[in-house]
Design a protein around this ligand. Structure first.
Ligand SMILES: C[S@@+](CC[C@H](N)C(=O)[O-])C[C@H]1O[C@@H](n2cnc3c(N)ncnc32)[C@H](O)[C@@H]1O
Length: 279
């Protein structure tokens, strides 16, 4: 297995749990590594299988916001273990699917796990989402499922997405979006909790507001699209994640996750699906 160039402690944990054969880790995070979406949050049952199904649902919501369909060329940036590519491969035909990830270990696992259905093409490429090794106007859809906060620059990523997208193409993503009023408190709290976040979830820029996204979309040459607040539908993620942390003796990660749960429950940090369209 190749060494990673990025600091992603939670992926180190997942690889360790996969090696140990932890069935919950495999069921909850073997395909997708992101929050879940529950149509009816009250019926979430806290099992790893329920979490895995909810993660698939979130992935589909973001893909649909990107206008995915048969015959398209689709780029998934920050593709994790290839879960989004696998889902698209199962749902659509005559598609060309490309997953990009900066972490070679994840690319290796994605290549092992995800094989194209007849008539589809799949490629996994090791690259930085902010320096895409693709030609201008070469994709119909660009996706970024719960990963943009890790990228070195949202500005550079939007410029790259705009460059590789064809006329009428769409960029769709999901992200944790703080309300503007929370920023001073978050910046103050980061003096105490910032190191814990970095030690568990890695380097994250969690300060990008909806107004920032609107400005960025416009500056990068996109038309505005969907702005959907799905915070309530993601809330069952937190007890499930916290239990996984405790089961794997990740006390600091459990505390960081509880902090984000608290912000989400109070409506101070929203989980949003956003889309942008090339004119
Ligand atoms: C929370 S995971 C989401 C993974 C995947 N999108 C999914 O939904 O399962 C964040 C992902 O972003 C990737 N990532 C972080 N920085 C990146 C970068 N600069 N370029 C490409 N991928 C990056 C990580 O390696 C990881 O796979």
């Amino acid at each position: 297995m190749t060494a990673t160039k990025v600091h992603l402690p939670y992926f180190d944990l997942l690889f360790e749990q996969f090696r140990k054969g932890n069935p919950d880790a495999l069921q909850a995070f073997g395909r997708h590594v992101h929050w879940g979406y529950w149509d009816y949050p009250a019926v979430a049952d806290g099992t790893a299988a329920d979490f895995g199904a909810a993660a698939e649902k979130l992935c589909r919501r973001v893909c649909d916001a990107g206008g995915v369909g048969d015959g398209l060329r689709i780029l998934d940036c920050g593709c994790g273990f290839g879960g989004t590519i696998a889902s698209l491969n199962e749902r659509f035909s005559s598609v060309e699917l490309v997953g990009v990830n900066i972490d070679p270990r994840q690319i290796e696992r994605a290549r092992e796990q995800v094989k194209p259905s007849t008539g589809n093409q799949i490629e996994f490429v090791e690259a930085d989402a902010c320096q895409l090794p693709f030609e201008d106007d070469s994709f119909d859809v660009v996706l970024a499922v719960e990963c943009i906060f890790h990228f070195p620059s949202r500005q550079r990523f939007f410029q790259e997405a705009r460059r590789v997208l064809r006329k009428g193409g769409r960029l769709a993503l999901c992200d944790f979006v703080p309300v503007r009023a929370l920023l001073p408190l978050m910046k103050f709290a980061s003096q105490f909790a910032g190191a814990s976040v970095a030690r568990t979830y890695g380097n994250i820029d969690g300060y990008f507001t909806l107004a920032d996204y609107r400005n960025l979309g416009q500056t990068a040459g996109f038309l505005p699209g969907l702005e959907e607040d799905i915070t309530v539908n993601t809330l069952p993620t937190y007890p499930a994640m916290r239990r996984f942390c405790l089961d794997t003796a990740q006390i600091e990660m459990e505390r960081v996750t509880a902090g984000q749960e608290w912000l989400s429950q109070l409506g101070l940090s929203r989980y949003m699906i956003l889309s942008f369209q090339v004119p």
